[in-house]
Design a binder for this molecule. Structure first.
Ligand SMILES: NC(=O)c1ccc[n+]([C@@H]2O[C@H](COP(=O)([O-])OP(=O)(O)OC[C@H]3O[C@@H](n4cnc5c(N)ncnc54)[C@H](O)[C@@H]3O)[C@@H](O)[C@H]2O)c1
Length: 398
């Protein structure tokens, strides 16, 4: 490994395996990176599939033995893109071997496992930890944070976060995403974790109380997949099997929260919101202005300036793609309004990860294990509030 490169081992080769591989390939082409990711080894469970994956995406080697790979002295960064119940073992194994770790969200399936990961990260003094809350790196979301930090909203009264998808109808089989023992939760960890992280990232505010929450499992049984692999979302066509198994996660989560800054926040996450495909949205309302974002219109940030004379007030739409205007990440991409998409949030994250590991200033802060643990605490408080039908103070959830 040269001084200006780092060998990466990626564990997982399906949805996030593709998103992360593409990001390692593309980030060095568009950003002037202080440290180059070398696509050293990809790890999975099926050797034959993995060889084809490695050839297609340019990984130098592949392996079905993650324990050996995380100990390989050539590896500098271990990237975990597998289901949530394996994050703990893999992350701690990599940290104990002295590696940097980038882990997919949510940090873990349970709060206990997430806490163990934070403790291991504290012990591994030379290792840096990062979590793939990639939506922070949509330029419009980063700009929203900047606008709040510039004080343009003034005191924030309301935040409204909703993450709406509709792929989880009764015909969708029992993927790992519906298995509580593997995923930990459903809509909460899959979707709402992103919204909670985005709320904390954009406003810089902390949650102090979950006022009330409800979680619903609409589809209680789903067709078992052949081989029980619980594969990726794109496997939804395979729901013809006669045998069914229980879905043990929430299809939808709704909750209300109060923040330290005195704002009220509402959250809704569902995978059964017919007509919404990837509606990751938010609205934030302050005394001097308001912001609106909808990932389905990724380049756009809506802004309402309540300090203008009344007759000029109205929502304006900023196309957040102007490098010359200082829009976050835009300098690396195409001319203004030549839109970028989903994959760029991951590419932007790789650029920031390489900057962080090289000790450089990065564009938007990267959440480490401890910060992702704060999101996991909020998820736990939501679950307790829904279960016990009562408010939960965050101070009670350690
Ligand atoms: N940041 C995002 O926007 C985003 C989007 C989707 C998923 N995720 C997260 O990424 C993670 C993976 O989700 P996905 O959608 O890629 O799942 P997926 O089902 O598409 O792929 C999972 C991969 O993990 C591999 N795998 C499972 N167990 C393994 C093991 N023990 N050893 C080695 N490989 C193993 C599978 O073979 C497969 O390659 C999850 O934590 C999920 O919450 C994040």
């Amino acid at each position: 490994m040269s001084a200006k490169s780092i060998n990466v081992a990626l564990i997982g080769s399906k949805f996030m395996g593709r998103a992360h591989s593409n990001a390692y390939i593309t980030a060095p082409k568009f950003f002037d990176l202080p440290l180059h990711p070398v696509m050293h080894t990809v790890v999975g469970r099926n050797a034959k599939e993995l060889e084809a994956f490695a050839r297609r995406w340019g990984w130098e080697r592949c392996s079905t033995d993650w324990k050996a790979v995380v100990r390989d002295p050539e590896i500098g960064l271990v990237d975990i893109g597998v289901p949530n119940d394996t994050h703990r073992e893999m992350a701690i194994g990599a940290l104990e071997a002295g590696k940097h770790v980038a882990c997919e969200k949510p940090l873990a399936d349970t709060l206990d496992n997430a806490r163990a990961m934070v403790q291991a990260a504290k012990k591994a003094k030379k290792s840096k930890t990062m979590v793939w809350f990639n939506y922070r790196r949509c330029p419009a979301v980063s700009l929203a944070r900047q606008i709040v930090r510039e004080g343009r909203l003034g005191r924030i009264f309301h935040m409204r976060f909703f993450y709406l998808q509709d792929w989880a109808g009764p015909d969708t089989p029992l993927l790992w995403r519906f298995q509580g023992k593997v995923a930990g939760s459903g809509s909460l960890g899959d979707l709402c974790a992103h919204s909670i992280d985005t709320a904390r990232f954009v406003t810089g505010d902390e949650f102090v109380q979950i006022i009330g929450a409800t979680m619903e499992t609409f589809v209680k049984e789903r067709a078992l997949l052949a081989g029980g692999s619980g594969g990726e979302i794109s496997g939804t066509g395979a729901a013809k099997a006669a045998k069914k198994g229980k879905s043990t996660v929430d299809d939808a989560t709704l909750f209300l929260a109060r923040t330290r800054g005195g704002a009220l926040a509402s959250f809704e996450a569902t995978r059964l919101s017919t007509g919404n495909k990837n509606g990751n949205r938010f609205e934030i309302h302050g005394e001097n202005g308001a912001l609106r974002f909808n990932f389905e219109r990724m380049p756009e940030l809506e802004w309402y300036d309540a300090t203008l004379p009344k007759h000029l007030q109205g929502w304006s739409t900023i196309n957040v793609s102007d490098g010359a205007a200082g829009h976050p990440y835009a300098h690396a991409w195409w001319p203004v309004a030549h839109a970028i998409g989903y994959e760029h949030s991951f590419i932007n994250q790789v650029a920031d990860m390489m900057g962080l590991l090289a000790g450089k200033e990065i564009i938007a802060p990267l959440p480490d294990f401890n910060e992702a643990y704060q999101t996991q605490r909020i998820m736990e408080a939501v679950t307790l509030s829904a279960k016990n039908r009562c408010p939960v103070d965050l101070s009670e959830v350690k």
